[in-house]
Design a protein around this ligand. Structure first.
Ligand code: NDP
Length: 339
C-alpha cells in the first residue's frame, strides 16, 4: 500500500521533500469484528490549499487538526469500496469524501463519504466541480453573496478549482465578472474558456488599486475572496456601498510566518460591507440541490471545467506543493489508479 506521509511539520513554503512516498505493509483487510468500516481503493486524490494549514502545528485555533508526521496525509478523494461492514456501503460502490493519501484506505468514519449516484460524467469531477470545490463555489457565491443580475463581481485565484466555477455562476446570474490570475495562460482562459468579461494578471500590476479601478470604474458589488493580503486591501478601496465579500480563503497568507496586516478594514464600516467567512462543509445539505442544477449544465456544455491531472501517487507531493506557486492550471488532482 503506497502512501504519502508528512515527514515533519513545515514552516514557510512547503516542499516536495517535506513528504515521503513510502510502501506500508498494513493488512488490506477489515479487521475481524470491526463494525461500520469501509475498505476503499483510492482512484483520485484532490489537492486542496487548506491542506497547507494541516502541515503545521500552531497555537492559533483552526477548523481542522494537523496531520501527524509519519502518518499518511488525508483529504478529499474519489474511491471504490472494496469491502464494507457498514450497512450503507457495499463492494463496488463509488464514493467521494475523506480518504487517505494512499492506494487503499480503511475508513472508520464513513459518514464523511458521499455515495456517487451519477456516473455519466467523468469520475474525477467528484474531486472538483461535483465535490467539495463545487460546493464551495456554489455556497460561497449563491448563499453568502446573494448575487443579483447586473451586479459587478470580482474573483481572485479565478482560474482555479473554485474560481473558474464562481465566474461562470456569476455569468449565469447575469452579472459582470472580472477575474485575476497569475499567468498569461490563466488570464486568457478566464475570458476565452470560462466567459469572464475581463481578466488581468495580478503579478504584472504594480498598483492593484489602479488595476481594479480600470476594470471596475463604478466599483465592486461582490468580491469572492480567495487570496487575501494586498489584494483584499486594494479591493476594500473599490467596494461599493452595501457590497458583499465572501471570504472563501486567503492563499497568499498560508505560507507566511506572520500574516500581513489589512489596512483598509475601516471601509467595511462606511460602505456597510458584509464580509462573511464560510466553509463548504456547512452547506452539504444543499448538495442534491446543487447536483440538480449543475449536472444538466455540465451535460449541455453550459459549464466548462478544467482539471490539471498528475499521474500516479508518486506525483502527489509535487502536485500539492504546486498550488502555492500557481503551477496548477485548473483543478489539481492526482490519479492513483485510473483503471
Ligand atoms: P486553486 O485551484 O485556485 O489553486 C490555488 C491557486 O492559488 C494557485 O493556482 C495560484 O493561482 C493561487 N495562488 C497561490 N499562491 C498565491 C498567492 N501568494 N497570491 C495569490 N494567489 C496565489 O485552489 P482552490 O480553487 O482549491 O482554492 C481557492 C481558494 O479557496 C483557496 O484560498 C482555498 O483555501 C479556498 N477554499 C476554501 C474552502 C472553504 O470551504 N472555505 C474550500 C475550498 C477552497 P495563480 O497562478 O492565479 O496565482
Amino acid at each position: 500500500n503506497k502512501q504519502v506521509t508528512l515527514k515533519h511539520y513545515v514552516s514557510g513554503f512547503p516542499k516536495e521533500s517535506d513528504m515521503s512516498v513510502v510502501t506500508s505493509s498494513i493488512s488490506l483487510k477489515i479487521p475481524q469484528g470491526s463494525k461500520d468500516t469501509v475498505l476503499l481503493k483510492n482512484i483520485y486524490l484532490s489537492c486542496d490549499p487548506y491542506m497547507r494549514g494541516r502541515m503545521s502545528k500552531s497555537d492559533i485555533p483552526s477548523f481542522v487538526a494537523p496531520f501527524q508526521p509519519g502518518s499518511p496525509l488525508n483529504g478529499y478523494g474519489v474511491a471504490k469500496v472494496v469491502n464494507s461492514t457498514h450497512p450503507n456501503y457495499e463492494k463496488g460502490d463509488l464514493v467521494w469524501g475523506f480518504t487517505g493519501w494512499e492506494e487503499y484506505s480503511l475508513v472508520t468514519s464513513p459518514e464523511l463519504l458521499i455515495k456517487i449516484q451519477h456516473t455519466d460524467v467523468p469520475l474525477s469531477y467528484y474531486t472538483g466541480i461535483l465535490g467539495m470545490p463545487g460546493m464551495t463555489a456554489y455556497a460561497g457565491f449563491y448563499e453568502v453573496c446573494s448575487p443579483k443580475k447586473g451586479e459587478h463581481v470580482y474573483v481572485s485565484a479565478a482560474s482555479g478549482a473554485v474560481g473558474q466555477l464562481v465566474g461562470q455562476f456569476a455569468k449565469l446570474v447575469g452579472c459582470y465578472v472580472v477575474g485575476s490570475a497569475g499567468s498569461k495562460e490563466k488570464v486568457d482562459l478566464l475570458t476565452s474558456k470560462f466567459g469572464f468579461d475581463g481578466a488581468f494578471n495580478y503579478k504584472e500590476e504594480p498598483d492593484l488599486d489602479a488595476a481594479l479601478k480600470r476594470y471596475f470604474p463604478e466599483g465592486i458589488d461582490i468580491y469572492y475572496e480567495n487570496v487575501g493580503g494586498k489584494m483584499l486591501d486594494a479591493v476594500l478601496l473599490n467596494m461599493r456601498l452595501r457590497g458583499r465579500i465572501a471570504v472563501c480563503g486567503m492563499i497568499s497568507q498560508y505560507n507566511l510566518e506572520k500574516p500581513e496586516g489589512v489596512h483598509n478594514l475601516m471601509q467595511v464600516v462606511g460602505k456597510r460591507i458584509r464580509m462573511e467567512g464560510f466553509l463548504a462543509g456547512d452547506y452539504y445539505h444543499l448538495y442534491s440541490k446543487y447536483l440538480d442544477m449543475i449536472l444538466p449544465f455540465i451535460k449541455e456544455g453550459k459549464m466548462k471545467y478544467l482539471e490539471d491531472v498528475a499521474e500516479g501517487i508518486e506525483s502527489a507531493p509535487a502536485a500539492l506543493v504546486g498550488l502555492f506557486s500557481g503551477k496548477n492550471v485548473g483543478k489539481q488532482l492526482v490519479v492513483v489508479d485510473g483503471k
